[in-house]
Design a protein around this ligand. Sequence first.
Ligand code: SAM
Length: 285
Amino acid sequence: MNERHVGAPGQVKEVTSLANPLIKDIKALALKKFRDQQNAFMAEGLKLVIDALDLGWQVRTLVFAKAGRGNPAVEKVAARTVAAGGTVLEVSEKVLVAITRRDNPQMVVGVFSQRFLALKDIRADNGDVWVALDRVRDPGNLGTVIRTVDAVGAKGVILVGDTTDPFSVETVRASMGSIFSVPVAKATTEAFLAWRGGFSGLVAGTHLKGAVDYRSVDFSRGPVLLMMGNEQQGLVESLAASCDRLLRIPQAGRADSLNLAVATGIMLFEIRRGALKLEPIADQQ
Ligand code: SAM
């Protein structure tokens, strides 16, 4: 392993061997067991890593492809990583392919510490919207929900019960970087129900047997907690019973239900309808 300087107060280690222990640890992050052991996760892409840094996250290990050497943006991220006490690895294409398990990997990968918000720290003020997901299974759905929560300016996501990992590679990919700006909490169903007891706003569940059209509700008063059901089973009975309203999105055609992330998107844009305004698009010329 060679070391060289990067115009930063630290060093870059050059790694070409898959047997390198640092690389082995990063590769292991593909599995939840090792993500939890290391309390870490991996995010791919230069823009994503820059956004994370700008949002106050620290890169534990920055990995970049040899092709990134001399790229000012990559060098800057490397310098920021080293300045914050992180490790920077310049790796061969083969190593990057192995880490990301992709044939055409991004030039940059960052390893970050996982962060969960504690339920007790959630304060819901007027206008705030939180989304609770009951036992979400699909990483793509979870990532898409996190991205949509970000896009509408909702406050965060609460994972209830046994759920897919918000820090899996697939979820982080699907969130398109929103994992860094959307707080995520997790709770058992019992702990969530206890917390819900103290929630002062409207608790709106979505349910295929909901009696109320989601477009008929006034979401403008107080905070809103939107509850979404599991992909296969919908909302478990105890959660459904804890909702103030059970709402339904009318459907035509033969589909039994909407995809979870699509239904969440429809609900969030309705709930946040009054808060969202089109900004004029900046003149590109
Ligand atoms: N077989 C499941 C069931 O019986 O509920 C389907 C669940 S659906 C794929 C996942 C979640 O998306 C539902 O639990 C609900 O929260 C929401 N959802 C999907 N379509 C909906 C609709 N038309 N109205 C209200 N919620 C819907």
